[in-house]
Design a protein around this ligand. Structure first.
Ligand SMILES: Nc1ncnc2c1ncn2[C@@H]1O[C@H](COP(=O)(O)OP(=O)(O)O)[C@@H](O)[C@H]1O
Ligand SMILES: CCCC(=O)OP(=O)(O)O
Length: 359
C-alpha cells in the first residue's frame, strides 16, 4: 500500500488529501486568512504559511510528513509543457520564483512539495500544470503578430474527467473526442482530440466570462479603459481576473446565489446568468468546429456544473452537437493521487521539466 499526500493550493485555501492507494482517507480545505495572504507580494512567499497549515492539518489526524510515500502537487504556471507527471527541478523552481509565465496560487505547490521531499526523503511531483500546452500550431495564431494564444487551463481536472468518463463507458480516452467545459470561478473550455488538448480557451483571458473573470472583451474599448488614466496596470489586471465577469455586474462570485436571485424575479441576475450560459455554449460550439464536428462527448464540470438548471440550459444550446455529461465539482485531488500511483506502479514515466518542449 502506498500513502499519498496531494497538495492543491487555491487563492484563499490549500486543499490537501491523503490517499492510501486509490482510497481517499480524508480531504481538508485549509482556509487561510485573506488579509494574511494579501500581505505577500509573490505567491511563492506564502510557502511557510501554507507548509505550516498542511503540517497542522496532518498532525491533527496523527500524521506526519514522514508517513508518506509520495507527494503529488498541482503544478503552477510553468513554461508550456505536455500533460503528465514532472519531477521538481531547479529550473522549475526558478521559473515559478520569477513567475515567468504569470502568478497563480498553484505556483507555490512545487516549493512546498520540494521542501517535504528534501526534509523527509520522499519523491515529489507536480502533475498536469495549468500551463499544459498541447495546442496545434494553427490554434496559436491570435490575429495580431507578437501576441500568441496561450494554453492556461484547468488541465488537471479536464484530463481527469475525460479518464473517468471513458472508464464509465468502457473505452479508452484515446479513442474519442471530447469538449470539456470546466465551469468554476474561472472557466476553461477545451477540445480534446484522442487524448490531446488541441485547443483551449484560456481561463484567464479568452472565451466566456466567469464568476470572477472577464473573458474575451471588445478590444478597442479595453484599450480605451487601459489608457483612461483611472487604473494602474495591476488594478486593470485585478479588474479583469478577480473582479470581472459576474462579479463586475452583480458584486458576487457565487453563481448559486445568482441562480436563486434569477429564479426569484431579479431580472438583472437572470440576464447576466443567461449571458454567461450563452457565452459558454458559444465557445463549446467553436470547439466543435475544432474537432470538425466529430465530438463524442461534451463534459460539463467544475462547481457550476452542480447546478442542474444551468447545465440543462447549456444542454439546450449544445445538445445537438453531442451527448452532454455532467461531472459536478472537480476531481483534482483524485487526479493527483492517481497520477502518483501510476508512477509508483511503473505505468507512467516521470518527465523532466527542461524547457525542451517540442510540438
Ligand atoms: N449548486 C450550485 N449551483 C450553482 N453554482 C454553484 C453550485 N455550487 C457551487 N457553485 C458555484 O461554483 C463556483 C465555484 O466553482 P469551483 O469549481 O468550486 O471554483 P474554484 O475551484 O475555481 O474556486 C461558484 O460561483 C459557486 O457559486
Ligand atoms: C490559470 C488557469 C487555471 C485556473 O484558472 O485555475 P483557478 O480557477 O483554480 O484559478
Amino acid at each position: 500500500m502506498s500513502r499519498i499526500l496531494a497538495i492543491n493550493p487555491g487563492s484563499t485555501s490549500t486543499k490537501i488529501s491523503v490517499f492510501e492507494d486509490h482510497r481517499e482517507i480524508f480531504t481538508e480545505n485549509v482556509l487561510h486568512d485573506y488579509e494574511e495572504l494579501k500581505a505577500f507580494s509573490k505567491v511563492i512567499d506564502q510557502e511557510e504559511l501554507r507548509y505550516k497549515a498542511i503540517k497542522e492539518a496532518l498532525f491533527k489526524r496523527g500524521l506526519n510528513f514522514s508517513d508518506f510515500d509520495v507527494i503529488a502537487a498541482r503544478g503552477g504556471i510553468l513554461r508550456p509543457v505536455r500533460a503528465g507527471v514532472y519531477a521538481i527541478n531547479e529550473l522549475m523552481l526558478t521559473d515559478l520564483k520569477d513567475a515567468v509565465a504569470g502568478e497563480h496560487a498553484s505556483n507555490v505547490a512545487a516549493f512546498i512539495a520540494k521542501r517535504i521531499s528534501e526534509n523527509f526523503d520522499i519523491p515529489a511531483y507536480v502533475i498536469d500544470p495549468v500551463s499544459v500546452d498541447e495546442m496545434e500550431e494553427v490554434a496559436r495564431i491570435s490575429g495580431l503578430a507578437g501576441i500568441e494564444r496561450k494554453s492556461l487551463s484547468h488541465a488537471l481536472n479536464i484530463r481527469r474527467v475525460i479518464f473517468s468518463t471513458a472508464e464509465k463507458y468502457g473505452f479508452s480516452f484515446k479513442e474519442k473526442n471530447f469538449i470539456v467545459a470546466h465551469l468554476g470561478g474561472g472557466i476553461s473550455i477545451a477540445a480534446v482530440r484522442k487524448g490531446r488538448m488541441v485547443d483551449v480557451d484560456s481561463a484567464n483571458c479568452e472565451g466566456p466570462f466567469s464568476p470572477e473573470r472577464a473573458g474575451g472583451l471588445p478590444i478597442l474599448e479595453l484599450v480605451e479603459l487601459c489608457y483612461s488614466g483611472k487604473y494602474t496596470k495591476d488594478e486593470m489586471i485585478k479588474k479583469l481576473i478577480q473582479e470581472g465577469g459576474i462579479y463586475s455586474y452583480l458584486e458576487t462570485k457565487d453563481v448559486k446565489e445568482v441562480e436563486e436571485r434569477a429564479k426569484s424575479g431579479d431580472n438583472r441576475a437572470r440576464l447576466i446568468l443567461e449571458a454567461m450560459i450563452y457565452q459558454i455554449a458559444k465557445t463549446i460550439g467553436e470547439m466543435a468546429t475544432v474537432l470538425k464536428g466529430k465530438v463524442d462527448y461534451i463534459i460539463l464540470t467544475g462547481g457550476i456544473a452542480k447546478s442542474e438548471y444551468i447545465c440543462e440550459k447549456i444542454r439546450g444550446r449544445v445538445g445537438f452537437i453531442a451527448k452532454v455529461e455532467r461531472v459536478p465539482g472537480e476531481e483534482e485531488m483524485l487526479a493527483l493521487a492517481e497520477a502518483a500511483l501510476r508512477v509508483i506502479n511503473g505505468i507512467e514515466k516521470v518527465q523532466v521539466y527542461g524547457g525542451d518542449y517540442v510540438d
